[in-house]
Write a protein that binds this ligand. Sequence first.
Ligand code: C5P
Length: 218
Amino acid sequence: MGNLQIAIDGPAGAGKSTIAKKLAEGLNITYIDTGAMYRALTYKVLKENIEINCKEKIIQLAETTNITIVHGDVYIDNQLVKDEIRSQEVTKYVSHIAQIAEVRKILVGFQKKIAEQHSVVMDGRDIGTYVLPNADIKIFLTASIEERAHRRYTELLHKQQQVSFADVIDSIKERDKIDTEREFAPLVKAADAVVVDTTGLDIEAVVEKIQQIIAKKL
Ligand code: C5P
């Protein structure tokens, strides 16, 4: 039997990474946060002062940058990055960079390679539709915009980041819009994905729900 592939897609703030990480722990398989890869590249673009509209330079950077995930930690050219890829600046620009088809093809190459070598729970926007179209389980995780924004707002307050609730809603809406409207591999539910609406549910309840879906399908 080949490696197990569990794809978790959905809009920003639906709880994908928290849930995917717990599912992977429970199954004792590798967790891959593909959003972290797009964030890592965005961080490097900003650090090198490359214009966000300069597609050619961004593609060139993607071609010459090695982004890996080992035990859930993200490395850019073998250097560990953590909170710096979660900054508000990176969050603001990441969707712009992620809409470049050539950039996506490079990062998807890394993602497919990991899934060939390990059983994975992989979360992102295009995992069930494009990266792992034959995944054993596909989940489309969602929640109301208010709840998603509230979760993100609480998270930012805990990190002592100055931000208003209205700004958080706007930023999530903008990212979702760019992610769903891009031409290449947009955010869309795969035809064979199971929708899990997490509005009003806590983490444990969502994990349990998905574990039941997995148990039924495998
Ligand atoms: O998952 P996270 O919110 O950290 O992802 C950051 C951004 O990376 C998303 O808003 C999206 O633009 C991009 N992304 C993507 N495809 C993926 C994962 C993330 O385009 N598979």
